[in-house]
Design a protein around this ligand. Sequence first.
Ligand SMILES: [Mn+2]
Length: 191
Amino acid sequence: MRVKRKAIVRRKTREVDVTVTIDLDESYAKINTGISFFDHMLNSFAKYSEIGLEIEAKGDLDVEEHHTIEDVAIALGLAIKKALGDKKGIARFGDAIVPMDDAIAICAVDISGRGYYNFEGKIENSGIKFENFVHFFDTLCKNAGLNVYLSVKGFNAHHMMEASFKAFGIAFGKAVRIVGKDVRSIKGMLD
Ligand SMILES: [Mn+2]
């Protein structure tokens, strides 16, 4: 019997109280961040990565969305890192190309243990600001130890952001799947 790839992370600051529950071998989503568009994006991520994900966040949205998006990214990143454990048997790499009408997103993921986000594109503000869209992925990568390349082109900001979350979800879902027995690195570890 495999070790459960589950984790719960709570992060409580003076700005945000967020709890993330993740199960890499389930498939469901229950998301409530108080930012409807962000919930829509996180639901897409969970759906297309085929992981179990619960996020409950209460942030200082009267200030603006930045703190809530940032703290969700930190907690989700730490939960991913914790749930992956020793990373034995994971595919490690995953990729996806996702069109959405006028938009197209390309994503590649390496669960290398080294957090690095490489983004190409420019999107108008949509249900969340573009700066927070970029900041979310950057913060997530640093905290989870993910190397992610994401590129997006298009016209409609909603489509461009949604295609990005879908592409990231599909690529991430492939990378966390169990495909073998050993750690996929000649170093013997992914950290
Ligand atoms: Mn949509």
